[in-house]
Design a protein around this ligand. Structure first.
Ligand code: MN3
Length: 200
């Protein structure tokens, strides 16, 4: 059973002006589709076929094609889910309480997450993850994520921001910090809260 490119829950132009339509279209229909196809090629006919993506990332990330394409497949699935045209604002309930407890406030989380995203040299991702029940922020290189070993941080990712240039260059050129700030306007806190509840 092959992995499938997921449909976005919204139109390519739905996150404008924060995420532009052209970038969203290329990012989903070319980049994410490419990772998905190459992941399927890498597992076809091997004993990795039929395993969940989480299982592949946790146990086979020493295999370069799984690390790069399995990571790319998983990371982008998460990225699309944690954004929404009706996103932004602030989290509520248990997630809000956990953020206050770990970072002092939502502003404290933003400061830490923005720094992780801005200082990741070259291509990679910034993460909010649940590690042993606690919220943590970190970043990883390339298509690595916190489910893999040897990433420098661990846990289950519940929010991720793609800081590869392909994620922002058309709209923001070299201004990665502007793109990072814009992300907060489209964060789907309900989706992040559901992932938090499942992961903690
Ligand atoms: Mn990307």
């Amino acid at each position: 059973m092959a992995f499938e490119l997921p449909e976005l829950g919204y139109a390519y132009d739905a996150l404008e002006p924060h995420m532009d339509a052209r970038t969203m279209e290329i990012h989903h229909s070319k980049h994410h589709a490419g990772y998905t196809a190459k992941l399927n090629d890498a597992i076809a006919g091997t004993d990795m076929e039929g395993k969940s993506i989480e299982e592949l990332l946790a146990n086979h990330s020493d295999h370069a094609a799984i690390r790069n394409n399995g990571g790319g497949y998983y990371n982008h699935c998460l990225f699309w889910e944690v954004m929404s045209p009706t996103g932004g604002g602030a989290p509520t309930g248990e997630l809000a309480a956990a953020i206050d407890s770990a970072f002092g406030s939502l502003e404290g989380l933003k400061e830490k997450f923005n720094a992780a995203a801005a200082t990741r040299f070259g291509s990679g991702w910034a993460w909010l993850c649940v590690n042993d029940g606690k919220l943590e922020v970190c970043s990883s290189a390339n298509q690595d994520n916190t489910l893999m070993t040897g990433v420098g941080c661990g846990g289950h990712p519940i929010m991720g921001l793609d800081v590869w240039e392909h994620a922002y260059y058309l709209n923001y050129q070299n201004r990665r910090p502007d793109y990072i700030n814009a992300f907060w306007n489209v964060v789907n806190w309900e989706a992040v809260a559901a992932k938090y509840a499942a992961a903690k």
